[in-house]
Write a protein that binds this ligand. Structure first.
Ligand SMILES: [Zn+2]
Ligand SMILES: [Zn+2]
Length: 289
């Protein structure tokens, strides 16, 4: 809890910023090709948003930290992995997350986009099964808890952390998150489309005043007419929402597989010219809140 003198650590780190599918290509060495995975540190707690291919590298990093804290005799923390939805680009890293194979790890997996009972467990069982994958989650040795919620629920995954949720406009449903901790907040709004005629007031209200909004900038406004029914939005729409909702910092996320580093640099410059405190997510980008 906040002592009032020292600002508590609240930090976001991108392990995968690409959408749709992983794309390792010679023209994307800086932004990277791994798909959606964002680590959020709230004090000593770790939340993970989505399990795209970036999750594998985060898992290796977490195991290094665990080794250090075990050596120092520190108490182990529970990890919380929150799914927006389970399209492949948001789940493909799941079977390769090293902490799942650590018997001392305690991991809560959350989802709210599907219907019916036991939806989070069903999601994992359906993803990890032959003939698409050789083994099921029974190979994991960590203590797992599957935790279901409904969009609009407020989650309390760990002390001092409040996670608000909302449903987004996406094929097969998707959930947006707002994480509030120590008087600051970050919003994760990815895999959502928009109506070019009218701003999405639900999102504007949800993200109002946040310190950082991460948003689905898959397309540009110029590309959007061609892809209007693909379930994604534009980086310009994220900027308009940021302006309307008094968002302090805005981060473009979920890049098209075909976007080169040069193309993303151009988007970054165009966006910054209109919204100074904006970023284009890349693997390794860390933002302190
Ligand atoms: Zn996606
Ligand atoms: Zn999706």
């Amino acid at each position: 809890m906040s002592s009032g003198t020292k600002k508590e650590l609240f930090k976001v780190r991108f392990w995968g910023a690409r959408g749709t599918m992983a794309s390792m290509a010679p023209n994307t060495p800086r932004y990277g090709g791994n798909t959606a995975c964002v680590e959020v540190n709230c004090g000593s707690e770790t939340l993970i948003l989505d399990a795209g291919s970036g999750l594998r590298l985060l898992g290796d990093e977490i195991m290094k930290r665990v080794k250090r804290s075990d050596a120092a005799g520190e108490k182990r923390k529970r990890l919380n992995l929150l799914f927006t939805h389970c399209h492949y680009d948001h789940i493909s890293g799941l079977p390769f997350f090293a902490p799942f194979f650590d018997p001392k790890a305690r991991i809560d997996i959350w989802s709210g986009h599907l219907e019916g009972p036991d939806k989070t467990e069903r999601m994992v069982l359906n993803y990890m099964r032959p003939p698409f994958f050789p083994v099921g989650p029974e190979v994991f040795s960590a203590k797992l808890r599957y935790r279901d919620f409904e969009p609009r629920d407020v989650l309390r995954p760990c002390p001092g952390v409040k996670v608000s949720t909302m449903s987004l406009d996406h094929h097969d449903n998707c959930v947006g998150f707002r994480i509030d901790f120590a008087g600051r907040s970050v919003c994760y709004i990815t895999d959502t489309t928009h109506n070019p005629e009218a701003i999405d007031e639900r999102i504007v209200e949800f993200v109002r005043g946040t310190d950082l909004m991460i948003y689905d900038g898959t397309y540009s406004d110029a590309e959007f007419p061609q892809f209007w029914n693909f379930g994604h939005s534009t980086w310009e729409e994220g900027m308009r929402i940021s302006q309307a909702a008094d968002v302090k910092r805005y981060c473009i996320f979920h890049h098209r597989p075909s976007r080169s580093d040069a193309a993303l640099d151009r988007i970054a410059a165009q966006c910054k010219a209109k919204f100074r405190r904006s970023y284009v997510a890349y693997e390794g980008l860390q933002l302190k809140l």
